[in-house]
Design a protein around this ligand. Structure first.
Ligand code: PRP
Ligand code: MG
Length: 177
């Protein structure tokens, strides 16, 4: 295993019972305070994706906005924000997804991506997989080829990976309770 992964997982702070009882929150803000761990994180993704002809890095609001842009710059891809509802000023397409209670939605500007482009979807964490699944669906609806999804952290017990079907998912750290 790459020695950088140890530094990365120790830089992630775990906070019990946030935002509600029973949730073991994975706090990536402490990783951002450690420039070496933050750089190692970006480097690991860049090393994996730099030679894959990826044109689009799509990041999911909010925490996908932290990790997506440095990766996009390093591999020479454009960055496309996938935003929470009613934030984007232009014409949007949107995709609803179910949460534990209720529904949420992500939106993307029409014209931000083109049919046939190759995309990487990035977020900080996969739990149930609902967010990433919606991001994939949104991109595929407009003819984009989603090459892979990438996250820093996977909570394998929630089986989010299964929700992505056969779409490849690359993660740096797996966290079990
Ligand atoms: C968190 C996390 C992922 C998503 C994972 O985002 O950053 O985006 O949940 O959950 P899922 O796999 O069950 O869909 P959240 O919407 O809580 O907020 P934030 O990124 O805006 O902080
Ligand atoms: Mg999020």
């Amino acid at each position: 295993q790459d020695p950088r992964l140890e530094r990365i997982s120790s830089a992630i702070r775990v906070i019990p019972d946030f935002p509600k009882p029973g949730i073991l929150f994975q706090d990536i803000t402490t990783l951002l305070l450690d420039p070496k761990a933050f750089k190692d994180t970006i480097d690991l993704f860049v090393e994996r994706y730099r030679d894959q002809n990826i044109n689009v890095v799509a990041g999911v609001e909010a925490r996908g906005f932290i990790f997506g842009p440095p990766i996009a710059l390093a591999i020479g891809a454009k960055f496309v924000p996938m935003r929470k509802p009613n934030k984007l000023p232009g014409e949007v397409i949107s995709e609803e997804y179910s949460l534990e209670y209720g529904k949420d939605k992500i939106e993307m500007h029409v014209g931000a991506v083109l049919p046939g482009e190759r995309a990487l979807v990035i977020d900080d964490l996969i739990a149930t997989g609902g967010t990433l699944d919606a991001a994939i669906k949104l991109l595929e609806r407009v003819g984009v080829d989603v090459v892979e999804c990438a996250c820093l952290i996977e909570l394998p017990e929630l089986k989010g990976r299964d929700r992505l079907g056969n779409k490849p998912l690359f993660v740096l750290v797996k966290v079990t309770a």
